[in-house]
Design a protein around this ligand. Sequence first.
Ligand code: DX5
Ligand code: ZN
Length: 233
Amino acid sequence: MATTNIFTKPPRTPLIGASILAADFAKMGREARSALDAGADFLHLDVMDGHFVPNLTMGPDMCRSLRRELPDTLLDVHLMVTDPGRFAESFAAAGASHFTFHIEAVEDPVALSETIHGLDMTAGVAVNPSTDVSRLMPVLSHVDLVLLMSINPGYAGQAFMPDVLAKARSLAETLRPDQRLAIDGGVNALTAPACLAAGCDVLAAASAIYGSADYAESVAALRGGAGLVTGTR
Ligand code: DX5
Ligand code: ZN
């Protein structure tokens, strides 16, 4: 999967991910397809265990069903669970393209990144708003993507935390050109321009897409005036 993964395939243009957390779960196949037809580049699956975060959401079965419906779509799983490594194999078997774990939830992030790559997925590391980016340094060269949380993880529909943009600016200077900088939480038409200006090139959004009456208009608004990313970052 990693060779055709749009997180690593050039040219590096800003990508919009539809987080299905705010979709109507009773119509998931249709909801997923609608967001992609509306211009979203990939689907973001929020996996929560009621332990690392207070909410419970979805697991590998949701991923497997979406993979069956959408054989060519990048499926990005965001693990907000304690000890996410337990689930790497099952998500790979369920067709996940990309696996993001939280730095706060693992003991050996480098080993987990290698495990993820060995399972033919790209690897991402996420960081909560209150966690210092210095925690990421040992694993930074081993991942394909860094996911900055701009809300406290657990629920869709929360307000964007603008302080996170300072982290984005510093990481944007540190990451290699082949690494992605993603942001997740409260991203909408009003906050997306600042995220892109701070160097983020992957935006994940739930409410801004699924809470709107016109998904295509919302995806276009998230993308804003962003064009091809040039230069190193
Ligand atoms: C929150 C999830 C986010 C969430 C974003 O824990 O990781 O992906 O779905 O929701 P919005 O875009 O509504 O803030
Ligand atoms: Zn997420």
